[in-house]
Design a protein around this ligand. Structure first.
Ligand SMILES: NC(=O)c1ccc[n+]([C@@H]2O[C@H](COP(=O)([O-])OP(=O)(O)OC[C@H]3O[C@@H](n4cnc5c(N)ncnc54)[C@H](O)[C@@H]3O)[C@@H](O)[C@H]2O)c1
Length: 248
């Protein structure tokens, strides 16, 4: 990854944070986007300490105008993006409810952050990748499209959308030597997991053949592989990283 420019959305915490450090440790310069300023600036400092260039951008990734401005700044002030990681996303968390009681405002929020942000950010990088005939896009989905789940109808639908988006864009970009793949993490030890009750966590762990949650670094390793030269002939795929819980 030496000298490559990797853009990572939702980089300040969790999987995005681990992926940023994985890329930086392998020689990449990183453009990191998040709405949380303090952890984002701390991450940029960590990457610089590894000898990499880092360009932190504070933006709400559901704001299309702000995304456009941020990517224009990356292109002019940092350089052309070789790898885009569409990581930002979330489930309804403490606002989760069964569908019959759910609010359309919540659907919009989840679809915006978990699906449309990937559209908006990809739209900014795809023309340049097409022109340069090289590039990698990795999208983060989840197990939800495969398992469903009570109280997560909008999240399962949005993340299923990410898989369809990945496949269709992979076909469009294949003639231009650009690969588009998805990674579907199982339950991963990020701050989302901090909000789970002991009972919920125990239930989740009991369903995982490996008997533990994923570490963010383990998801980052899969992302890094799909973004690397070693994955040149893999496109349109969804790789589940889930301790064997379900198969794709
Ligand atoms: N943690 C899990 O168990 C798990 C499982 C499957 C899939 N995922 C997916 O992995 C991805 C990362 O999840 P995580 O657990 O690392 O989350 P996290 O909450 O730890 O980190 C998400 C980051 O995104 C940022 N963010 C959120 N909304 C934003 C917005 N509108 N604009 C800018 N930044 C925003 C947050 O500030 C945060 O830094 C998500 O797409 C999530 O759906 C997570």
């Amino acid at each position: 990854m030496t000298g490559k420019i990797v853009a990572i959305t939702g980089a300040a915490n969790g999987i995005g944070h681990a992926a940023t450090l994985r890329f930086a440790a392998d020689g990449a310069d990183v453009a990191i986007l998040d709405r949380e300023e303090a952890p984002l600036l701390a991450l940029a400092a960590e990457c610089r300490a590894l000898g990499r260039r880092a360009f932190p951008l504070i933006a709400d990734l559901t704001d299309r105008g702000a995304v456009k401005v941020a990517f224009e700044r990356i292109a002019t002030e940092f350089g052309p993006i070789d790898v885009l990681l569409n990581n930002v996303g979330q489930s309804a968390r403490d606002r989760a409810s069964p569908f019959w009681k759910s609010e359309p405002g919540l659907w919009d929020f989840i679809v915006d952050v978990s699906l449309m942000a990937a559209f908006t950010c990809s739209r900014q990088v795809v023309p340049g990748m097409r022109e340069r005939k090289s590039g990698r896009i990795v999208n983060i989905t989840s197990e939800a499209p495969f398992t469903g789940g009570t109280g997560s109808v909008e999240y399962a639908a949005a993340k299923a959308g990410v898989i369809g988006f990945t496949r269709a864009l992979a076909l469009e970009m294949a003639p231009f030597n650009v690969t588009v793949n998805a990674v579907g993490p199982g339950a991963t030890r990020t701050r989302a997991a901090d909000g789970w009750s002991a009972e919920t966590k125990a239930k989740l762990v009991a369903a995982i053949p490996m008997g533990r949650l994923a570490e963010p670094t383990e998801i980052a390793d899969a992302i890094h592989f799909l973004a690397s030269d070693r994955a040149a002939y893999i496109t349109g795929q969804t790789l589940l990283v889930n301790g064997g819980r379900i198969f794709n």
